[in-house]
Write a protein that binds this ligand. Structure first.
Ligand code: SIN
Ligand code: FE2
Length: 221
């Protein structure tokens, strides 16, 4: 499929930077959002967080806290806690209110790069401080696995790791920087992935530092 760009071998030009196919189904869009677009997105996310505060998620059963803080926007939000485990739910665990709507500029990114005709239902907002990370995992709590996962990174650079559909498959790692977008779709939809580390002070976007990752998902078929 071609997403409005010019095909150059395996690279497709969209805006200033070419899209790169990292491995089958994994499409990387470096500098997808320029600085102005990133600042506008941070402002929209601040408004979401004002309605739906960040909370500390916990592992199922053990209750061990994750190092990231999370919240969501959209009709559904992904969450995990000791009692309920991994799941989507329509309300914030602390306020009990519905999640705020997905900002329209995020919906526009989905329309631009997902290649999927139905809109996303969930946007997970992960906040990483300088010492946070995320272990290797699959995004597997969605019923619609034909839909891709679209990810946008803001703030500090991270070292992102991605492998295959089995935990033991070989992995590769590369940096994701502020404004970069990544799509996990098709053959790559169930690829194991995680964040090994954050590189402190690599961006001036977030005044207090840290990294925000937004992942848009379609939950229901
Ligand atoms: C996630 O897999 O939920 C987050 C990935 C990232 O932070 O880039
Ligand atoms: Fe994930």
């Amino acid at each position: 499929m071609i997403y409005g760009g010019r095909v150059l071998g395996r690279r497709i030009l969209l805006g200033s930077q070419p899209m790169q196919i990292v491995q089958p189904g994994i499409r990387y869009f470096p500098d997808y959002l320029d600085r102005g677009g990133q600042e506008a997105m941070v402002e929209s996310i601040r408004q979401v967080v004002a309605q739906a505060p960040l909370y500390v998620p916990a592992m199922p059963k053990t209750g061990k806290p994750l190092s990231v803080r999370m919240t969501n926007c959209g009709a559904l939000g992904w969450m995990t806690d000791k009692e309920g485990g991994y799941r989507y739910q329509p309300t914030h665990p602390a306020t009990g209110k519905p999640w705020p709507a997905i900002p329209r500029e995020l919906l526009a990114i989905w329309d631009d790069i997902s290649g999927y005709d139905k809109p996303p239902e969930a946007c997970l907002i992960n906040f990483y401080d300088d010492s946070a990370h995320m272990g290797l995992h699959q995004d597997s709590d969605e019923n619609d696995l034909a839909a891709p996962v679209v990810s946008l990174s803001l703030g500090a650079t991270c070292l992102f790791r991605i492998g295959g559909n089995k935990r033991t498959d070989p992995t590769r790692s590369f940096k994701l920087s502020s404004g970069d977008a990544l799509v996990l779709g098709g053959e790559g939809r169930m690829s194991f992935h995680g964040v090994d580390r954050i590189y402190p002070s690599t961006s001036t976007l977030l005044k207090q530092g840290g990294r925000i990752n937004l992942t848009l998902r379609r939950v229901n078929r």
